[in-house]
Ligand binder design. Structure first.
Ligand SMILES: C[S@@+](CC[C@H](N)C(=O)[O-])C[C@H]1O[C@@H](n2cnc3c(N)ncnc32)[C@H](O)[C@@H]1O
Length: 285
């Protein structure tokens, strides 16, 4: 690929860091070319240098947003890593329900991308409806990228996407075929609300949650940004709330008010709560 002058690279990495938290390291230069050339072409620009020059001009807000969105990695799949959804059903719901007389749990999927994560939660609990009568899930899916939020709302997935992680019996039961694609049934789609939201913003407008899924997004941020986001998440969770991170993410080594659940990998509980009561064990089977 063509080299980018170092001041252009510095400008772009500052822009991405400020707008989304994303840390652009020199080893990711190949991504700049592949993700941003389509935008340059759409703008009638010859190359990345011309695109960066346009980004530097006043009034480039829309272009800055398009560039930031294009640099996000939106990879997701149904039942990604499996265990978070098992923990939700076997550890989280059983431990929280006794102290929630209205049987209502608020869940936030903080980087929901194209919706596979929140919908996997809905499908998990739809299969267990008989075990938790009256349970009502209020799920909010957010993402910084408008395009993926629109896709999540539509709930339409390609053959390739439904073949990645989704059990075939769930495909038959909860989706309808639309041309070459599969669409989640309305009664499943309506259980998730979506909203465009940047994790760098104040979380207070979102309200309080019982459970926060923040998976496979913190890996793109630096230590301080990770710690800041996790610390702010603690403020919108009750003492018995849960945080779920991605398989490659951890709070270990960060100064944050969470600690790993003793038995359920990927699950985090508030440090203060962990000191007071032994957390629920993972149920067998
Ligand atoms: C790799 S996907 C993870 C999707 C899902 N959580 C999963 O684990 O399959 C990461 C998502 O984080 C979003 N993202 C990146 N920076 C963000 C920010 N500052 N605020 C909100 N979402 C962000 C991206 O747009 C992308 O859709």
């Amino acid at each position: 690929m063509s080299a980018i002058p170092s001041d252009d690279f510095a400008f772009l990495s500052n822009l991405l860091k400020r707008r989304s938290g994303l840390v652009l390291t020199p080893d990711k230069l190949y991504l700049v070319e592949s993700r941003l050339m389509p935008i340059a072409r759409k703008e009638g620009l010859a190359d990345i240098a011309a695109l960066i020059s346009k980004l530097r001009q006043p009034g480039s807000e829309t272009l800055q947003r398009a560039v930031t969105d294009a640099m996000t990695t939106n990879e997701s799949l149904f039942f990604r890593d499996k265990t978070p959804f098992e923990h939700f059903e076997k550890v989280i719901v059983p431990s929280l329900l006794p102290s929630r007389p209205q049987k209502r749990l608020r869940v936030w999927c903080a980087a929901a991308s194209t919706g596979q994560e929140p919908y996997s939660l809905v499908l998990t609990m739809a299969e267990k409806a008989a075990q938790f009568p009256g349970l009502s899930l209020d799920i909010l899916g957010t993402d910084i990228c408008a395009e993926v939020i629109a896709r999540a709302q539509a709930g339409i997935y390609s053959q390739f996407e439904v073949q990645r992680g989704l059990p075939i019996q769930m495909l038959v039961k909860y989706f309808t075929k639309e041309g070459d694609n599969w669409r989640l049934k309305e009664n499943i789609r309506q259980q998730v609300k979506y909203k465009l939201f940047n994790l760098l913003e104040s979380l207070s407008a979102l309200g309080q949650f019982d459970v926060v899924f923040c998976r496979n997004v913190l890996i793109y941020f630096d230590r301080d940004t990770k710690a800041d986001i996790i610390t702010r998440i603690a403020k919108i969770l009750p003492e018995d709330g849960y945080l779920i991170l991605g398989a490659a993410e951890t709070v270990v080594g960060l100064t944050v008010p969470f600690q790993p659940h003793p038995t359920a990998k990927g699950l985090y509980v508030k440090a203060a709560a962990a000191a007071l009561t032994p957390p629920a064990k993972v149920a067998a089977g």
